[in-house]
Ligand binder design. Structure first.
Ligand SMILES: Cc1cc2nc3c(=O)[nH]c(=O)nc-3n(C[C@H](O)[C@H](O)[C@H](O)COP(=O)(O)OP(=O)(O)OC[C@H]3O[C@@H](n4cnc5c(N)ncnc54)[C@H](O)[C@@H]3O)c2cc1C
Length: 255
């Protein structure tokens, strides 16, 4: 579910990143066959699944898609997943899935899916949580909520953008921190259950946000918050209390 207090700044029907990818709503309405080409373990409970989607029309960082599995007896399960990869025109996209206990779709991916398997996808969906790379962005994520934010970071790096981008992520432990190997100087992590020696254990707090908000980039921060309902409430409340305008907080809830 996506929320924003502002009208979407990105047109909902056609996205245009200068010189790059245009996506129409029409393309997002069509189910496409995606072939699983690779699986990469990220943490003990999360893996990245890479798909070839030859007719993928492109996406903006932060967008998600609808994935459909159909059983031999015709039973269908559909779930939303954020797109982890940056738009790159390669005809491939990546999703990162947490293995939810007894989860129907995530369980299939983590226990059964093999390269060569096919699924159906429809997207990209929702321009509200998209970041076109044109404004300073402050990213707050917890657990698999880091997935759409990683797409933004990858895009920022791939294009060599100099617009400020900062990320604060919350994970249970360093082992559970998705994309740990890829995170760079733009990211700070908060650990809620166990942390490396010398690093305090605790929830995201005002003290973590204060130095980032104090940077005051030209034009101000656009905040993107993603995670469970609980995290989204907590993080957005902290942002508002610290003075971030409520209409410049975009929220994506996985709950
Ligand atoms: C916009 C959007 C983007 C999303 N992006 C991602 C993503 O990038 N990566 C990702 O891993 N997930 C993402 N999700 C969550 C995803 O859609 C599924 O809810 C999740 O994979 C569980 O589906 P399942 O079929 O495995 O479990 P289900 O069979 O639906 O549920 C099994 C059990 O787990 C509980 N449960 C369901 N969902 C969750 C959850 N998220 N956390 C904990 N318990 C749960 C249910 O209450 C139930 O008891 C996103 C959700 C939304 C709305």
């Amino acid at each position: 579910m996506t929320e924003t207090a502002t009208p979407a700044r990105v047109p909902a029907t056609r996205f245009a990143v200068p010189g790059r990818i245009a996506v129409s709503e029409q393309a997002a309405a069509v189910w496409q066959t995606a072939t699983l080409t690779g699986i990469r373990r990220e943490t003990p409970h999360a893996s990245t699944f890479r798909f070839a989607v030859p007719d993928w029309a492109g996406h903006l960082p932060g967008q998600h898609l609808l994935l459909r599995l159909t059983a031999p007896d015709g039973y269908v399960a559909q779930r939303h997943y954020s797109i982890a990869s940056a738009p790159d025109g390669s005809g491939h996209i990546e999703l990162t899935l947490d293995h939810v206990r007894d989860g129907e779709v995530s369980g299939w991916f983590h226990t059964t899916a093999r390269p060569g398997d096919t699924v159906e996808l429809r997207g990209p969906l929702s321009g509200f949580f998209a970041w076109p790379g044109d404004r300073p962005a402050l990213l707050l994520g917890a657990g698999s909520g880091v997935v759409p934010l990683m797409s933004m970071i990858r895009y920022h790096r791939a294009l060599g953008l100099d617009v400020p981008l900062r990320m604060l992520v919350s994970a249970r432990s360093p082992e559970e921190l998705i994309y740990a190997r890829e995170l760079g100087a733009e990211t700070a992590a908060v650990f809620t259950r166990s942390a490396p020696a010398g690093v305090p254990v605790g929830r995201l707090a005002a003290a973590h946000l204060a130095p980032l908000l104090a940077e005051r980039p030209p034009g101000g921060w656009e905040a993107y918050v993603c995670g469970s309902n609980g995290f989204a409430e907590h993080a957005s409340r902290l942002l508002v209390q610290a003075g971030q305008p409520v209409e410049r907080i975009r929220i994506e809830r996985f709950g």
